[in-house]
Write a protein that binds this ligand. Structure first.
Ligand SMILES: Nc1ncnc2c1ncn2[C@@H]1O[C@H](COP(=O)(O)OP(=O)(O)OP(=O)(O)O)[C@@H](O)[C@H]1O
Ligand SMILES: [Mg+2]
Length: 347
């Protein structure tokens, strides 16, 4: 994901200058990786079986909302295989030549990580098909009728792709991944473990209650849990004795205007528009996106998955609808069912 300069404590997107601390907090082995039991077990089998057979494993696609650990898992795949990792991203592969250069530099068994793989340009994507399937690329030399294509062998490698929008991947690309790990939002007790682990690394002392409070307000997202922990640490150090208790966590989160449920600015804007401008819906996602000044894809891929999971928003065939929970969260009384226009006895 691109870095957003806005000071948004609650955004699931990485903030400017956050890369370094994120690297420090990254789990480096599968056993250190908290949560995602399904993906972890599946990946473990894929990797172990390849290890036993002495071949690079099938290509791996990791899909899910921002901040859930896709990049971390990609690096873990390489570490577990004892392989080197080369990192690039969809937007960086504008020309097929850029990809050809990366591919021809791979050594046998290397992991090639392509972040935001749904944003790869078409010619590079087509080159990737052959590379993934046959470990070969066709390099076109010359132009016009005299152009010839020279096949070039590349070393067997494992591609790890990450995407926040698996729906945006073309069929042929998706089909070439032998394994897709679908990342889910984390449960509160898993985020609690993330907070405790990070606190240890950053040398922050935190009570069980304090840690649970931070976890509960982290929007199911480890990136946010880690960020809230750092903001609570700031408060604890400046205003208190540095120790994070439940009271300190609550007071700190109040200063940073952190929502009870951890909803971020965009989540709240979407709910508010849905309720205040569209009477609770149903409304189409494009209309809703215009109302909050965002791209429909951002609303759909970054914001809605969590609102749906939190039971605030429903996707219906007629459009997006605010649930009773959404009205209540905004401090409003949900409209009674009978208030809604509909057929009556006298129609
Ligand atoms: N399972 C986990 N256990 C511990 N920490 C985690 C876990 N998953 C993610 N994190 C932490 O959350 C931060 C964000 O994770 P990561 O960068 O891997 O997310 P991402 O899914 O790649 O996000 P994006 O879509 O924005 O690229 C990292 O600093 C990492 O320390
Ligand atoms: Mg990432």
């Amino acid at each position: 994901m691109t870095e957003h300069p806005a000071d948004e404590t609650l955004s699931a997107l990485p903030q400017q200058g956050e890369r370094e601390v994120e690297t420090t907090l990254r789990p480096s082995r599968l056993t250190e990786f908290i949560g995602q039991p399904r993906v972890r077990e599946q990946l473990e089998l894929v990797l172990e079986s390849a290890r036993r057979r002495g071949v690079p494993p099938d290509h791996v696609l990791l899909s899910g909302p921002p901040g859930l650990g896709k990049t971390s898992l990609a690096m873990i795949v390489a570490a577990e295989l004892d392989a080197s990792i080369r990192i690039t991203s969809g937007p960086a592969l504008e020309r097929a030549g850029d990809l050809a250069a990366m591919l021809s530099n791979l050594a046998e068994g290397d992991v090639l990580f392509i972040d935001e793989i749904h944003r790869i340009a078409r010619p590079a994507e087509e080159m990737l098909y052959l590379a993934m399937e046959d470990f070969r690329v066709d390099v076109v030399v010359g132009k016009g009728p005299g152009a010839t294509s020279i096949p070039l062998e590349i070393a067997p490698f494992t591609l790890v792709g990450a995407t926040t929008r698996s729906g945006a991947l073309t069929g042929p690309l998706r089909d070439r991944f032998g394994f897709t790990g679908q990342m889910e939002f984390y449960a509160d007790d898993e985020l609690d473990q993330v907070v405790k682990r990070s606190a240890k690394i950053l040398d922050i002392t935190v009570d069980d209650d304090g840690s649970a409070e931070i976890a509960r307000r982290s929007r199911g997202t480890p990136r946010i849990a880690n960020r809230l922990l750092r903001r609570v640490r700031d408060y604890a150090e400046v205003r208190e004795d540095g120790h994070v208790t439940l009271g300190v966590a609550r007071a700190a989160l109040k200063v940073y205007d952190v929502d009870e449920l951890g909803l971020d600015r965009l989540d709240r804007a979407v709910l508010s528009a849905l309720v205040h401008s569209f009477g609770g819906g149903p409304v189409g996602v494009s209309t809703l996106a215009v109302a909050v000044g965002e791209e429909p894809t951002t609303v759909e891929e970054v914001c809605e998955p969590y609102l749906v999971r939190a039971g605030m928003l429903a996707r219906t065939p007629r459009g997006r609808v605010a649930t009773a929970g959404a009205w209540e969260h905004l401090g409003l009384r949900p409209p009674a069912r009978g208030d809604q226009p509909g057929p009556t006895l006298f129609d």
